[in-house]
Write a protein that binds this ligand. Structure first.
Ligand code: SF4
Ligand code: SF4
Length: 106
């Protein structure tokens, strides 16, 4: 038991004081999808491919609902010219509507 405690304590702290210290996600992690509508023809293939119906074509552009997005990257795979998986992971909001992101046409 003493040996176990010695080994556990000997490893030191494995966590950081987030959010007081910045956290850099691993390079392979996928955060919020980012949509660039420059040149987008509003074909809707991204919305059709989304397994959780989180993308909606609206008059202003494309709406992403982060309350249902599962960060699978399928939209970026279908349309790599206009959608990339970003690194943004601090996505909390105080309301359901706050989780809706609109990517507006320019
Ligand atoms: S982002 Fe790509 S797939 Fe989605 S509507 Fe625009 S062109 Fe079509
Ligand atoms: S990452 Fe996946 S779940 Fe999220 S919007 Fe794209 S296709 Fe839909």
């Amino acid at each position: 038991m003493l040996e176990l405690l010695r080994r556990v304590l000997g490893k030191g702290c494995r966590t950081i004081r987030y959010p007081h210290e910045a956290f850099m996600p691993p390079s392979a992690s996928m955060g919020r999808p980012e949509v660039d509508l420059d040149g987008c023809d509003m074909c809707g293939r991204c919305a059709s491919a989304c397994p959780s119906s989180s993308l909606t074509l609206i008059d202003e552009g494309i709406q992403l609902d982060l309350s249902s997005c599962i960060f699978c990257g399928e939209c970026a795979r279908i349309c790599p010219d206009h959608i990339t998986m970003g690194k943004e992971f601090e996505l909390a909001a105080k309301s359901r509507d706050g989780l809706k992101v609109v990517f507006a046409r320019g």
